[in-house]
Design a binder for this molecule. Structure first.
Ligand code: 9MR
Length: 353
């Protein structure tokens, strides 16, 4: 049942309409959409409050770093799986699902990959890496962000695919190669293309939605294995969400037979007002617009935020505030107290049945 039907149904019966979303979903017999976060191992294993929050709120985890090339591949011949294994073991011990992030990306690449000098070498390195990493977690990691952020920043004809070591040597074909190789390494794994900034009501947002649809359609038409789109959702709090544009986009992706995941939600708050209550309300409203626009067209299979507490977030690396106040992009504050953003996520994840 779609979320809207459920909500209308609840209003129709009257009886359910005053229940909390969680209770209403339970009454309707449905499971909420599993929620999760990316994880930093240091606080997970050193800060009981962080660990408690993860276990209290999450059903899904993904490593913020330890499965990236930069962490896994100190040199051409070595794989260092210790940190990723540690999180995998933690997830299994606590009945959490672990997603994989990521196999082919322009970012977080170790310097030695700049020595890759030919298409043959690029093909060999990319396929060896994917076979080894997907193979190691076969049957345990069931969903992989195979290709991360393939789109150019502002896609234009002739400049659709972002520069990377893979694009440089293999052109756009690296996307197909990565997907096919991951599929061969574990035919049961969910193959995801993951990208960001497709929700904004700007020319760039529209260009990115169109380029992504074209890319997905081309892959599907050519029979390339692909199962889902990951919509990251690093929302810019001061840029409006194109709600109808996002809903139509998701409807088109769904019509291609792809599932939708929200993979990296947070709200970048550098240009939002300073006072905490006002800022937290604006952050929550932005996320609500985003989730509602997606939910109007599809039930996302998972909703993950890129961090769970304001204490551990990438946002200040690029978007620190001019007034010097700490960023507040995530569902729990720096003291692990839930913020309005957590209410929005819980309400949304419980509102499907
Ligand atoms: O949050 C991550 C940060 O700690 C890393 O330094 C950075 C480079 O590895 O990646 C950040 O995570 C990014 C994710 O992997 C892909 N989408 C954008 C995320 C935020 O920049």
């Amino acid at each position: 049942m779609q979320r809207r039907d459920f909500v209308l149904g609840a209003i129709g019966t009257g009886a359910l309409s005053y229940l909390t979303p969680a209770l209403a979903a339970m009454a309707a017999g449905g499971e909420p959409i599993p929620y999760g976060t990316c994880i930093r191992n240091d606080p997970l294993f050193e800060d009981p409050a962080y660990r408690k929050a993860v276990l209290e709120y999450c059903k899904v985890v993904v490593s913020e770093g330890s499965l990236k090339w930069g962490d896994l591949r100190p040199d051409r011949h070595t794989f260092t799986f210790e940190q990723a294994d540690r999180l995998m073991t933690f997830a299994e011990e606590h009945g959490l699902e672990m997603r994989g992030h990521t196999l082919a990306w322009y970012g977080a690449m170790p310097d030695w990959t700049n020595e890759i000098a030919s298409p043959e070498e690029a093909r060999l390195e990319l396929t060896t890496h994917i076979r080894s990493v997907v193979g190691r977690y076969k049957g345990r990691i069931k969903s992989w962000d195979v290709v991360n952020e393939p789109l150019s920043d502002f896609p234009k004809p002739g400049d659709l695919i972002r520069e990377s070591i893979w694009q440089k040597h293999l052109g756009a074909d690296y996307i197909e190669l990565a997907l096919r190789t991951a599929h061969e390494a574990d035919p049961d794994v969910q193959l995801v293309i993951n990208d960001y900034d497709i929700e904004q009501a700007t020319d760039r947002g529209r260009a990115r939605r169109k380029a992504l649809l074209d890319l997905l359609r081309d892959l599907i038409d050519r029979g390339v294995p692909l199962h889902a789109l990951g919509i990251q959702g690093h929302l810019k709090g001061d840029i409006p969400i194109d709600k109808s544009g996002l809903t139509s986009f998701v409807a088109e992706v769904k019509a291609m037979g792809l599932a939708i995941l929200v993979t990296e939600l947070d709200v970048i708050d550098d240009a939002l007002p300073g006072p905490e209550a006002e800022r937290d309300a604006a952050v929550a409203a932005c996320a609500r617009d985003f989730l509602d626009a997606i939910g109007a067209a599809a039930r996302p299979e998972r909703v993950l935020t890129w961090g769970i507490t304001d204490q551990h977030t990438w946002v200040p690396i690029w978007f620190s505030r001019q007034d010097g106040l700490p960023n507040r992009p995530l569902p729990l504050d720096a003291d692990f107290k839930p913020k309005p953003l957590m209410d929005v996520i819980q309400e949304f994840t419980h509102s499907f049945s």
